[in-house]
Design a protein around this ligand. Structure first.
Ligand code: NAD
Length: 267
């Protein structure tokens, strides 16, 4: 499928598990893709896989100047900008390990998480949208998370940043829709990335119990949804947050133990 022929995309966090898979999918569908990441080495690897249709850029989502430079360099290099996939997030175990409850979280972890995960997305949209309007329209896909739709015992900053992304997405869709810019969010559940397999394999075993599908999600699942939202095939979809989680929120498997006990009692 060449649904994105002639389009230019930025994928932030483009060196990561989901970002590199999405960059590959967008390029296979015909787009020129900028893989932008704080880690230039992984971004370069992702861009090299795009067979001449990729460009690697280093940027820091906590630094407004570097976000603006990422957008400017994209337009200078490829001549336009049609698609922005905001996908960066702080995922390192050290920071996540300190993102605990309201009373426990250090203020610097709260601020850093909101800076990178939320303000970084806002600024990328702000710098990208004028170029999209100039190109006749565009599509923004912001990566939220299942953590942005539910409370939790830990990760208050991560969850808050992801929840804010969902409503920021609706604001942007409302403010620029008539100028041709669509803006949607995606909220992944547990997705099996190389980083997660390496650092938290126990989450994968645990999550397998709570999805309705026979397997857990992969970066390619996110890439496929992002490519659809980037393409004109989703032209009537904007301001939405699409959950992609194997049906996890459609059931109440945490009651399974209770049901088992009840059955045993009645047997
Ligand atoms: N993997 C999952 O199960 C899952 C679930 C829900 C949501 N998500 C979201 O999906 C997105 C991608 O996650 P992933 O699993 O591929 O993780 P990942 O760690 O592989 O990718 C994140 C990327 O962001 C980059 N990054 C971090 N800080 C940055 C900064 N300051 N500036 C620029 N780049 C920076 C990292 O270098 C990394 O390449 C994130 O937004 C994450 O919150 C993932």
């Amino acid at each position: 499928m060449q649904r994105l022929a002639g389009k230019v995309a930025i994928v932030t966090g483009g060196g990561g598990g989901i970002g590199s898979a999405t960059a590959l999918r967008l390029a296979r569908e015909g787009a020129k893709v900028v893989c932008a990441d704080i880690n230039l080495e992984t971004a370069q690897r992702a861009a090299d896989a795009l067979e001449g249709n990729g460009l690697a850029l280093r940027f820091d989502a906590a630094d407004a100047d570097s976000i603006e430079a990422m957008v400017t360099q994209t337009v200078e290099h490829f001549g336009r900008l049609d698609i922005l996939h905001n996908n960066t997030a702080i995922t390192d175990p050290q920071t996540h390990g300190q993102d605990l409850s309201l009373l426990e979280i250090p203020m610097e972890v709260w601020r850093k998480t909101l800076d990178v995960n939320l303000t970084g997305y806002m600024l990328a949209c702000r710098f990208a949208i004028p170029h999209m309007i100039e190109a006749g329209g565009g599509s923004i896909i912001n990566t939220a998370s299942g953590s942005g739709t539910k409370g939790d015992l830990v990760r208050i900053a991560y969850g808050t940043s992801k929840a804010a992304i969902i409503n920021m997405t609706r604001h942007i869709a409302t403010q620029y829709g008539r100028q041709g810019v669509r803006c949607n969010a995606i909220a992944p559940g547990v997705i099996v990335t190389p980083a997660m397999e390496a650092t938290a394999p126990q989450i994968l075993a645990f999550a397998s119990k709570y999805v309705l599908t026979k397997r857990l999600g992969t970066p390619e699942d996110i890439a496929a949804l992002t490519a659809f939202l980037a393409s004109d095939e989703s032209g009537y979809i904007t301001g939405e947050c699409i959950e992609i989680n194997g049906g996890k929120n459609s059931c109440q498997p945490h009651f399974a133990e209770l049901y088992q006990q009840t059955r045993q009692t009645s047997d």
